[in-house]
Design a protein around this ligand. Structure first.
Ligand code: RB5
Length: 149
């Protein structure tokens, strides 16, 4: 799977652990940075990952900041992005099955590395169920259209 990753300084270490994990599993990844844990601003890294996922250059994105909140809010500003902040594996598979989430966001200061990697694997290995859920995603798209005129 082609996966885009990004973080801020608050998610830097977990991002690197996830990258190592995904590479070991044979996934094709691109690290959109940052490349050091110097203080930086999460919207600067959420945006290129969100755009790359929205443009379908990557199948999914993974974003990490301290809480996962700022970086997921930022990514969700890009039309076509459905970024889901997850701290448990139930949410990770439910958001793929029901929301067709295309970006997983996590908080390095919230979840430990073991749980985080389980969440990543669960997210990657779950699929959208379509059906009644598609109608709801269409309504989300309508909201985007309304405010992007
Ligand atoms: C950075 O200190 C922190 O605010 C950021 O990583 C994130 O938690 C914001 O939502």
């Amino acid at each position: 799977m082609k996966i885009a990753l990004g973080s801020d300084h608050g998610g830097f270490e977990l991002k690197n652990e996830i990258i190592k994990h995904l590479k070991e599993k044979g996934h094709e990844i691109k690290d959109f940075g940052p490349m050091t844990n110097d203080s930086c601003d999460y919207p600067d890294y959420a945006l290129p990952v969100a755009e790359a996922v929205a443009n379908k250059e990557f199948e999914i994105g993974i974003l990490v900041c301290g809480t996962g909140i700022g970086i997921s809010i930022s990514a969700n500003k890009v039309p076509g992005v459905r970024a889901a902040l997850c701290s448990d594996t139930f949410s990770a598979h439910a958001t793929r099955q029901h929301n067709n989430a295309n970006i997983l966001a996590m908080g390095q200061r919230v979840v430990g590395p073991g749980l985080a990697l389980d969440i990543v694997d669960t997210f990657i290995n779950s699929e959208f169920e379509g059906g009644r859920h598609q109608k709801r995603l269409d309504k989300i798209s309508k909201i985007e259209e309304k405010y992007n005129k």
